[in-house]
Design a binder for this molecule. Structure first.
Ligand code: REL
Ligand code: ZN
Length: 420
């Protein structure tokens, strides 16, 4: 049905963005069968590493060691007291906790942490997964699966039946970023590799990747890369990319996801909260994606300064799909600016957002907040066309939004959306 008034248009766009189920293409969440790897509940929410970094800013006298020796509940108490009681929680990560509690039906004006805790004591993980995925309208969650993690390997080895709402992504950071220490872990897994890449090493790394692809059936292979990642370059990392990752991605017909721009451990005392950002060289992305036009690349970059040139690079290379507003970009002001710019340069051939959730409950806020911004930007775009006399149908809006919230990803992979 063609929409005839602007008012009707804007309300239909907003409602469609709010209610369309999403494929969340990058998270750190796990299916229930992964046991302790799946994090959920109010104490996990409060001890999210984003909030740990913010707490230390207000506690100049708190020693890192003392904090890390506290129990999770003690840490959560301290974070709650510091960020929510002694200050107003308007940072995006703090606001996220309030959105989650509110969406779960709590009276957040009471500020009663014990009441929230009491609820979680009586909840079963499987029920909670259903509740959160339902409330957040997330149909599929892509995990981050690490074959270098002994605990996680054990789960894959058991071959437990997997929840079809959770799909795998093969994460290979140690291979590309920590070869000095990771080669011996491959040896432990039965691969004949040498630290200097001699002998059968290259073929054995390929065998390692193919074995894990067969075991996990990942949608893509992924790595996070430092801001000074360079390509081409005379380095172990680039040799492994050229001679192992690329041929395996081509053969398995899965993309290589590069998340570029992280400076790991600028403050090691903060652990996961101690990573930072740096501007990267877009030439690196340009060179690798144009060299391998028959390989698909999913790329996100961490620095705001790289966003425009990344979008332009995607205009030139159809094998490059830009995704998400990653980590320090996942703030309303930046999501809006980036999403607007991407739609203007690339139309709907983008994945505007992923959640990067580490805690299941966060799906509620990450998607609520992002959907609001995506809707706002889309309303402006459809509104501009309306003003120029263009008319769209409800079906066309539904098609466009479904594409942005998952369809573009599945078409890029060349696979049917299993949840469709
Ligand atoms: O996948 C990654 O490398 C990052 O997203 C994470 O390492 C990071 O800590 C995450 O929590 C950011 O949102
Ligand atoms: Zn991540």
């Amino acid at each position: 049905m063609t929409i005839q008034s602007k008012e009707q248009l804007l309300s239909f766009v907003s409602e469609t963005v709010k209610t369309t189920p999403v494929t969340d293409i990058h998270t750190h969440l796990f299916a229930e069968s992964f046991g302790d790897l799946l994090l959920w509940g109010v104490d996990e929410l409060l001890t999210y590493h984003y909030l740990i970094a913010e707490t230390f800013r207000f506690r100049p006298d708190l020693s890192y060691d003392v904090f890390w020796q506290m129990s999770k509940q003690e840490q959560a108490d301290l974070i709650w007291q510091t960020l929510f009681i002694e200050h107003t929680p308007y940072s995006e990560a703090c606001r996220g906790v309030i959105t989650v509690l509110n969406r779960l039906g709590f009276d957040v004006s009471k500020r009663d942490l014990e009441e929230y805790r009491a609820y979680f004591r009586n909840v079963k993980a499987s029920d909670y997964i259903d509740r959160i995925l339902g409330l957040a309208k997330v149909k599929t969650v892509v995990m981050t699966n690490d074959p270098f993690d002994a605990y996680e390997r054990g789960i894959w080895d058991q071959g437990e039946s997997v929840d079809s709402r959770f799909l795998a992504a093969l994460r290979i950071d140690p291979l590309l970023n920590l070869w000095d220490t990771s080669w011996s872990k491959l040896v432990e897994q039965g691969y004949r590799v040498n630290p200097d890449l001699s002998g059968d090493t290259i073929a054995e790394i390929r065998r390692f990747l193919k074995d894990w692809i067969a075991r996990m059936n990942p949608l893509y292979m992924a790595v996070s890369l430092p801001n000074d990642f360079a390509y081409p370059e005379d380095s172990v990392r680039v040799r492994i990319i050229d001679e192992c990752i690329i041929p395996v991605a081509r053969e398995a017909d899965i993309p290589f996801a590069m998340m570029i721009g992280v400076k790991r451990k600028v403050n090691p005392s903060l652990k996961d909260a101690g990573d930072s950002v740096g501007k990267s060289d877009i030439g690196t992305v340009e060179r690798i994606v144009s060299k391998y036009q028959d390989v698909k690349f999913l790329v996100t970059m961490l620095s705001r300064e790289n966003q425009h040139e990344l979008a332009v690079t995607a205009r030139k290379n159809r094998n490059l799909l830009v995704f998400g507003c990653w980590w320090f970009l996942n703030n309303p002001s930046l999501i809006e600016e980036i999403t607007r710019m991407r739609l203007e340069l690339l139309g709907g051939s983008i994945i505007p957002q992923h959640s990067d959730c580490r805690i299941l409950d966060q799906l509620l806020y990450k998607w609520d907040h992002s959907r609001g911004i995506i809707a706002k930007v889309l309303c402006d775009k459809y509104g501009d066309l309306f003003d120029a006399g263009w008319r769209v149908t409800e079906e066309e809006i539904r098609r466009d939004v479904e594409d942005l919230l998952g369809g573009v990803f599945w078409k890029f992979l060349g696979k049917p959306d299993p949840a469709a």
